[in-house]
Ligand binder design. Structure first.
Ligand code: ASP
Length: 382
């Protein structure tokens, strides 16, 4: 049985969190002195607004859409809840929100109009992960990933197997496509090509409501934002226990069955209880090919602060991606965004994006808020 998750250990760590919080004495733990984390922006990693980790204090970091998630995670950790349960509960707020089109209910669908979700959870104290990919009709894939973590000897369950696994655990099936995302998907479908049998807005001779149809250019501009989104949340307890979770509807209008980085341990999420926890949002293919989250944690293990660790990994991604010409601009800079988030065992946190302009959410015990990500490249054209 030794190769099975020690469920008792997991539950003990759930129950012990409150007590551990009271006796927190990590003071930087294996990492030694508390370091600085830069949370401000700056090309090449220069930053402002340094944020130090404060040993013995709670911290949760998330993608920009996660202000309610970090607030909830911190609230639950303070109540003595295990950090894995706390981050899953935090991101669950966004999974249930039909207005967040990047996760769960109302997430943007695949190219056939079906919402396919990916999620992962990693529990630092037991170094156990769980994940699901390409799961349909289940609003809370992060909770299903948590069941994989808790109740199986596996790490990853995909597709119909994941859906059936969820149903077996009492999750209810529902259509996750909202009227708004259905209409957006149909717009996208109609504007994919002007030489198929779908009429684009500018090709339509008649609109029943009499409005002027948007031109293709206008419609494309409206749809440009379609591909971004996911929620990642990593947290540390006052005792220095870590957990992370990433959940997403993935790339909008993806090829059915496409799996991004979010459910892949080491790519969209990695947690090492001796070091820290990290996650990624943005172009998942690059997070996978750089083992993004794992690389961030390794950079922290080698002494970089969380922001520097994120920037170092982004730099490697930018260097390697030059070999794929479609992914770089005329100056050889990546033409996509990738955002990395990290929290260290001592509570230091940081985030960086490939191209200037992104924010992240954080609650380090002083309130949930957004801060600017550090960045590798200034926005194109500036
Ligand atoms: N990383 C996600 C994926 O590739 C998408 C995103 O965060 O925008 O599936």
């Amino acid at each position: 049985m030794s190769n099975h998750i020690d469920r008792r250990g997991f539950l003990v760590s759930v129950g012990a969190a409150a007590g551990a919080a009271a006796t927190a004495g990590l003071a930087g733990g294996a990492l030694g002195a508390v370091g600085q984390s830069q949370s401000g922006g700056g090309a090449g990693g220069g930053g402002v607004g340094a944020r130090a980790g404060r040993a013995g204090r709670v911290c949760a970091i998330s993608s920009a859409n996660g202000v309610p998630a970090v607030a909830r995670a911190v609230e639950r950790i303070r109540a003595g809840v295990d950090p894995a349960l706390a981050v899953v509960e935090g991101v669950g707020i966004l999974e249930a929100d039909p207005n967040d089109k990047t996760v769960g209910l109302g997430g943007r669908p695949n190219e056939f109009g079906i919402v396919e979700l990916d999620a992962s959870v990693m529990h630092g104290p037991t170094h156990k992960a769980g994940s699901v990919a390409s799961v349909q009709n289940i609003m809370h894939p992060a909770q299903v990933a948590l069941k994989v973590l808790q109740y199986t000897d596996h790490v990853m369950i995909v597709g119909d197997g994941a859906r059936k696994f969820a149903i077996a655990h009492g999750f209810k099936e529902e259509n996750l496509l909202t009227e708004e995302t259905r209409q957006e998907w149909m717009q996208w479908r109609r504007h994919r090509s002007e030489i198929d049998d779908w009429l684009t807005d500018s090709q339509m001779d008649w609109k029943p409501d009499g409005t002027r149809p948007l031109t293709n250019t206008e419609k494309r501009a409206e749809l440009e934002e379609r591909s971004a989104g996911t929620i990642h949340c990593s947290a540390v307890t006052p005792a220095g226990d870590l957990a992370g979770c990433t959940t997403t509807s993935g790339l909008a209008y993806k090829i059915p069955g496409r799996v991004g980085d979010s459910p892949i341990i080491g790519a969209g999420l990695f947690t090492d209880n001796e070091v820290g926890s990290a996650g990624a949002t943005g172009r998942g293919e690059e997070a996978i090919q750089s083992c993004g989250a794992h690389s961030v944690v390794m950079e922290m293990a080698n002494g970089k602060d969380p922001t520097e660790a994120c920037l170092a990994v982004l730099k490697k991604v930018a260097d390697r991606v030059r070999r794929q010409r479609r992914l770089v601009d005329e100056r050889g800079r990546p033409n996509f965004n990738l955002v990395l988030y990290a929290v260290r065992k001592d509570g230091a946190y940081g985030s960086a994006c490939m191209i200037e302009g992104r924010e992240f959410a954080v609650d380090d015990g002083t309130g949930a808020r957004r801060e600017k990500c550090a960045f590798l490249f200034e926005r194109r054209g500036d």
